[in-house]
Design a binder for this molecule. Sequence first.
Ligand SMILES: Nc1ncnc2c1ncn2[C@@H]1O[C@H](COP(=O)(O)OP(=O)(O)OP(=O)(O)O)[C@@H](O)[C@H]1O
Ligand SMILES: [Mg+2]
Length: 600
Amino acid sequence: MKKNKGKRTLLQSVREYKTASILTPILMVGEAAMEIIIPFFTQYLIKEIEHVGTDTAVNVNRIILFSCLLVGAAMFALICGVLGARTATKASAGYAHNLREDMYNNLQTFSFANIDNYSTSSLITRITTDVTNVQNAYQMSIRMLVRAPVLFVSAIIMTILIEPSMALIFIGAAVILGVIVAICMFKVIPYFRTMFKKYDKLNAVVQEDLTAIRVVKSYVREEHELEKMRDATQDVYHYSVKAEGILNFLMPSVQFVMYATMIILLLVGSDMAIKGWGGVDFSNLQALITYAMQILMGVMMVAMCLNFISMSKGSADRIREVLNEHTTLPKPAEPLYEVADGSVDFDDVDFFYSQKADVAVLKDITVHINSGETVGVIGATGSGKTSLVSLIPRLYDCAQGTVKVGGVDVRNYNLDALRNSVAMVLQKNVLFSGTIAENLRWGDENATDEDLRLAARQACAEEFIERLPGKYDYDLGQGGVNVSGGQKQRLCIARAMLKKPKIIIFDDSTSAVDTKTDAQIRAALRQHAPETTKIIIAQRIASVEDADKIIVLDDGRINGIGTHKELMATNEIYREVYESQIKGSDDADCKELKGGEVDG
Ligand SMILES: Nc1ncnc2c1ncn2[C@@H]1O[C@H](COP(=O)(O)OP(=O)(O)OP(=O)(O)O)[C@@H](O)[C@H]1O
Ligand SMILES: [Mg+2]
């Protein structure tokens, strides 16, 4: 499913934040340069001040000059620091914004087959936590990865200029510190990696639990769900404690090395100053201490930076996966934008959900549907009804054979043009938060109030909408929770009708409405959309009885095609279903119950 073509990198999302990203290290180097210069001026200032109270003449002008230079350098460092922090924030936050937008844009191009590859919770973690990890690593990198080495090398050079033997002490300390940090990182990173995976699981539990909260409550599974949640949080707790435990050891070790270096420096340095060995005197001892700190801090910063980058590598890989997922529905070279009519042809079609699957979901399907016909589809659950109709608006591509709409292979159409001509009321349909009118206008954003009313009437939804407070302005709540299952189905039908499609597909779309309303909707369809091809998947024979033809599916194959009369005479499966439905209310109730559960 994943192809190598056009592999894109994460850094391509920096775009308009490139200037801020380049400016940050420059400003950081400016700040670092001042941090090097300040001790340098300080030692001269101390030298001059040391003359106070001695016989040597005090050069007040030099004291003023060095003081001014010191203040100037400090101010410059402050400005560079503040501006650098601002550009770093802007660059990293902007980069994260672009990454999220790019991921989201690519997600919109995903086919149903692409979507099947990812769980919702994993996509949410990728867009939120993973991007935040990469953002932090990016900010750290642009701030530190240039600044720290510059500081390190300059401080070493300055130390060598004062007294080369001191540089050896610093390098020795830096090596020890580097080893300590490396060991800690080596141990801590696997814990962090696992912890992020556990976050994924935690998100999955929370998301599943919240979306299915009604089912959880109706099956009294709260305790079970709570247990799952406890396990997931316990895992996150366990790994974060382990990781933090190692990091807690790191800081005191670093401080130990720093203070030890300082003590050695003071001991050796003051001894050298007293004995007059080398270039060390009391005026530059202060500078040496500062350089020692800068060298060690440089090592620390680089290590921390590498740590962040390494920690975010897993996140970066997961983001890259989403960005590089190409739609499984290739675009035609010269797409057609006009769908001639509502005819549908399946020619010898085989279909698999996954390339790896060896059993076909649909096999040897050949059906011809004329424009304007009403076609029923009947079959047991899992027989492939939804799969069959999914091929018409090209939600999936077939593996063998061709599916034609308006006499043209669906793969030759512009996808939007095709889907605008084929309205599908999905089996698991959803409404969105917002008013009824807003939801209906998904079908046609320019629909007038009158159009909305007409569509609602055709879907037998008008009567209940009129009774709602606010009518078409009634708020549906998230996912359309504020209406009943049957009302929701009728709104979905009205929404599809507003598209004025050439083909309309109802996938078990009236399972939650009563038989009478079901018949009324079909009558309205016949009257108002005579030229639209109507494909109706139903559990109830009554829903398809009057269709021009009925397709009987059995285990992914066509078992029979014909009118109700023909099938009653020739098709055993059809006859059995029919008889079971009219035989007694018990069986019929059972069939209806199944439909009721779909949306409930
Ligand atoms: N997204 C999917 N990925 C993999 N397999 C799937 C997917 N959707 C359905 N299937 C499988 O394909 C087969 C046909 O499913 P389909 O949804 O077409 O059945 P159906 O006739 O619509 O059933 P129902 O009456 O329950 O809606 C089933 O065996 C099902 O498990
Ligand atoms: Mg189905």
